[in-house]
Design a protein around this ligand. Structure first.
Ligand code: IMP
Ligand code: MG
Length: 184
């Protein structure tokens, strides 16, 4: 799909499209349907982990036709320019609302080492949600260092650095409508 690359001013020939827009759309629709069934009649709060999860959340919530709230949380685990999680996670921005008694669904872009999510789960579980589940678009399963139970997974992917559809390379390319693989 060279037309998409050109359209977004993204040009390195060694970069490849891993998951095309149509595939993302189809999978998000499936996940939405599943979540809709699982949470019918429940007080659902979808918690987006900024910034990477933002495009996934906005598409996913449009695929869920039951009442639900959304909230946002921002953590930092990578420094700019870094490609590896430092293992030190900091809350940069906390949720606006109390999640006690709510059915919380965490919406993440990608699980890599699992450190970020494991920390967030620890923090949120202490607030007494009715349930706490995880929905991730991408799962880099080979990289897992800390086990986190994944309830909804868009795609399992190999150990490659990806970008687009919310995911960044040094804060850019989040706007791309596909998941690309970073080549040197
Ligand atoms: P973890 O703590 O190692 O699981 O790291 C998870 C976070 O690292 C994700 O929320 C992403 O923001 C970021 N991350 C991990 N892998 C990639 C990647 O391939 N591209 C862009 N960001 C990534
Ligand atoms: Mg990130």
């Amino acid at each position: 799909m060279p037309d998409i690359k050109t359209a977004f001013g993204y040009a390195s020939p060694s970069n490849q499209i891993l998951i095309a827009p149509e595939k993302l759309r189809a999978r998000v629709a499936e996940l939405g349907q599943q979540i809709e069934q699982d949470y019918a009649g429940k007080d659902l709060v979808m918690v987006c982990i900024l910034k990477g999860g933002v495009m996934f959340l906005t598409d996913l919530m449009r695929a869920i036709h039951i009442p639900h709230a959304i909230d946002f949380m921002a953590v930092s685990s990578y420094g700019v320019g870094a490609r590896e999680s430092t293992g030190v996670v900091r809350i940069i921005m906390d949720l606006e609302r109390d999640v006690q008694g709510k059915h919380v669904l965490l919406v993440e872009d990608i699980i890599d080492s699992g450190r970020t999510l494991s920390y967030i789960c620890e923090v949120l579980n202490a607030r007494g949600p009715a349930t706490l589940k995880i929905c991730t678009l991408l799962n880099k399963y080979e990289r897992r260092e800390v086990e986190v139970p994944l309830d909804y997974v868009g795609f399992d992917i190999q150990n490659v650095f990806v970008f687009g559809y919310g995911l960044d390379i040094d804060e850019v390319y989040r706007n791309l409508p596909f998941i690309g693989v970073f080549g040197d």
